[in-house]
Design a protein around this ligand. Structure first.
Ligand code: NAD
Ligand code: LMR
Length: 342
């Protein structure tokens, strides 16, 4: 399935669309951090989407050239560039979807949490501007550590009186993309058919692939479960080490973020069959934020699919308990940061 050449796989068992279908809507999208390693290929993929009428590119540097370059592609989205805090309002005014890959990436030896000191402040100030200029937009947060930056965004929006938990997403699609790829390779399955839900959060052991819920149904030996789980959890580090100081995943992330953005827009457009895993405010556990499958609709999250957490194997149940302590700490760290700074 493709959207003007862009492969889209929203859900293994649902038909992906080739563009606006239900409501035939098009949307205004802003990418904040658009000149970066993720921002550039992501903006290209968004430019290819028939759902997009306007693509606003914002960065603190180098964005005018990226926009000039992209604007020559003969797809309908109109591209414009915004540089520096003084132009942020213009980038955000009336947009439907804001995607945030702004911030520093890891180098070998770092955890995602090591990025907190720089990226927490970047996300806080960008989300403040979102609250002021497009409070009704869906927000897709890519900047790490996602486990903390999403709670920061929620607190900022609350402080501004515009928080809608249905509209704030931590993008964990890359974990699903990786899980699907690694499982298909291991089990010789057709990639396009495979869907592995990945729950929890987006760092180390908080990334939990539910291999027992792989579609199509497939049997795993205990050692395969261990090997695949660890590989999926460490896949980001695999890329960081391979890039040897030149950053983290950018191309696969752009692909994953474009898929998630496309799913958000399909939901906004009224498609009634759009499901993705995402890190959102949730009541499926005793933690305030948790990634599970969510149904996307006209107002963002339409339903949180709690059944992800039923019928787990013993291995998965233990892993859920183990990840909660780390995830709780990351959430609290984000909340404290946002409230201290407010
Ligand atoms: P990068 O350094 O290549 O690009 C980041 C961009 O952000 C740069 O262009 C920079 O100028 C811009 N920027 C910095 N501060 C800004 C601000 N205040 N406003 C607007 N733009 C600003 O980094 P990258 O490889 O694109 O990674 C970006 C972030 O995405 C990192 O935090 C990384 O850890 C994260 N990431 C998340 C996932 C995920 O699965 N959620 C996957 C990969 C990377
Ligand atoms: C990833 O999973 O690739 C990203 O979170 C980037 C990283 O630091 O690993």
């Amino acid at each position: 399935v493709s959207v003007q050449g862009m492969p889209v796989q929203v859900r293994a068992d649902s038909s992906a669309s080739a563009g606006p279908k239900s409501g035939s809507s098009t949307f205004k999208v802003a990418v904040l951090g658009a000149a970066g390693g993720i921002g550039q290929p992501l903006s290209l993929l968004i430019k290819m989407s028939p759902f997009v009428s306007e693509l606003r590119l914002y960065d603190i540097a180098n964005v005018k050239g990226v926009a000039a370059d992209l604007s020559h592609c003969n797809t309908p989205a109109q591209v414009s560039a915004y540089t520096g805090a003084g132009e942020l309002a213009g980038a955000l005014k009336d947009v439907d979807l804001v995607i945030i890959p702004a911030g520093v990436p890891r180098k070998p030896g770092m955890t995602r949490d090591d990025l907190f000191n720089i990226n927490a402040g970047i996300v806080r100030s960008l989300v403040e501007a979102v609250a002021d200029h497009c409070p009704n937009a869906l927000i897709n947060i890519i900047s790490n550590p996602v486990n903390s930056t999403v709670p920061i965004a929620a607190e900022v929006l609350k402080a501004k009186g515009v928080y809608d938990p249905k509209k704030v997403f931590g993008v964990t699609t890359l974990d699903v993309v990786r899980a699907n790829t690694f499982v298909a390779q291991k089990k010789n399955l057709r990639l396009i058919d495979v869907n592995v839900p990945v729950i929890g959060g987006h760092a180390g052991i908080t990334i939990l692939p539910l291999l027992s819920k792989t579609k199509p149904t497939v049997e795993f030996m205990p050692e395969e479960v261990e090997e695949l789980t660890v590989r999926i959890q460490n896949a980001g580090t695999e890329v960081v080490e391979a890039k040897a100081g030149a950053g983290s995943a950018t191309l696969s992330m752009a692909y994953a973020a474009a898929r998630f953005a496309e799913s958000c827009m399909r939901g906004l457009d009224g498609d009634s069959d759009v499901y993705e895993c995402a890190y959102v405010q949730s009541e499926v556990t005793d933690l305030p934020f948790f990634a599970t499958t969510v149904k996307l609709g006209k107002k963002g999250v339409e339903e949180i699919v709690g059944e992800d957490l039923s019928g787990l194997t013993e291995y998965e149940k233990k892993a859920v308990e183990a990840l909660k302590a780390e995830l709780k700490g990351s959430i609290e760290k984000g909340v404290q940061f946002a409230n201290k700074q407010a």
